[in-house]
Design a protein around this ligand. Structure first.
Ligand code: MLT
Length: 264
């Protein structure tokens, strides 16, 4: 079921289904809560699953010039408060993972566990910062073209699943508010490196990566899993950046195993 709450005067939309212990899913750049349709289908049989649209995405409003990871983590905290939840497990895909780490930094005591999916605790490299600036410049002029080619670069799967996934993802991306998207790009560019959050995490965490992810390197994911005895890595073969769309049912199994064996 879709709901709304107001954060800093702006509507934030979220889907909230199932009952029991809470799992919050944070989508990546240019997606929306719709990224998690297949997760809702399976995971709500055992857990309460909540997925907001991050600011500037889906049906949520934008919060100004800069959507910092800290600001979006505040929004997640406000949602948790709004729902009256005490502790949650957070799963963040890519940008959602960056937000999860900012949340973990400030609200450690609210976390029971953390899953970083195609994401990292590293900051942007100098080269990546330059490409973020180029993207911000091009967005107002060529929104549709830039967004389409960006989305295409996220996938490594082929055939029918690629076509249907791309079609869906492009639809979500083109629904985003261009100003909100630029605000998110600025936020990702400025984000802090947060390995220390993983190193001292007092809760179990799981890193799930794709061996062909063009954005997150295998070496980085391996190093982040090794930072803490509570860390674990699962590297998927023949997988790109879009695990929730490329391997949705396998992803559900990994999440359920993690929750059952390591968290609850
Ligand atoms: C995402 O999928 O959220 C973004 O591609 C992450 C990024 O650009 O760093």
């Amino acid at each position: 079921m879709k709901n709304n709450f107001v954060f800093r005067g702006v509507p934030i939309s979220y889907r909230d289904e199932g009952s029991g212990r809470a799992l919050i899913l944070l989508h990546g750049f240019l997606a929306s809560h719709r990224l998690w349709d297949d997760q809702f289908e399976d995971l709500t049989k055992r857990y309460r699953v909540i997925a907001p649209d991050l600011p500037g995405h889906g049906d949520s409003g934008s919060l100004g010039y800069l959507h910092s990871m800290e600001l979006m983590a505040e929004m997640v905290h406000a949602l948790i408060k709004h729902l009256g939840l005490r502790k949650v497990v957070l799963l963040g895909h890519s940008l959602g993972g960056y937000v999860s780490l900012a949340f973990a930094e400030k609200y450690t005591d609210k976390l029971k566990g953390l899953i970083l999916l195609n994401s990292t605790a590293a900051a942007d490299t100098a080269q990546r910062k330059v490409s973020r600036d180029q993207l911000i410049k091009m967005l107002p002029k060529k929104f549709k073209m830039v967004i389409s080619s960006l989305v295409e670069s996220f996938f490594v799967i082929y055939g029918h699943r690629r076509i249907t996934s791309l079609r869906k993802y492009k639809r979500w991306a083109l629904q985003c508010d261009p100003k909100g998207i630029a605000a998110n790009v600025r936020g990702m560019k400025d984000r802090k490196e947060r390995e220390i959050i993983l190193k001292f995490a007092p809760y179990p965490y799981l890193i799930i990566g794709g061996d062909e992810d063009p954005i997150i390197s295998i070496e980085q994911s391996e190093a982040e899993a090794r930072l803490n005895p509570l860390g674990e890595l699962i590297m998927l073969e023949d997988s790109g950046h879009m695990t929730p769309l490329e391997k949705p049912w396998f992803l559900n199994k990994l999440i359920l195993n993690f929750l059952r064996e390591r968290v609850y």
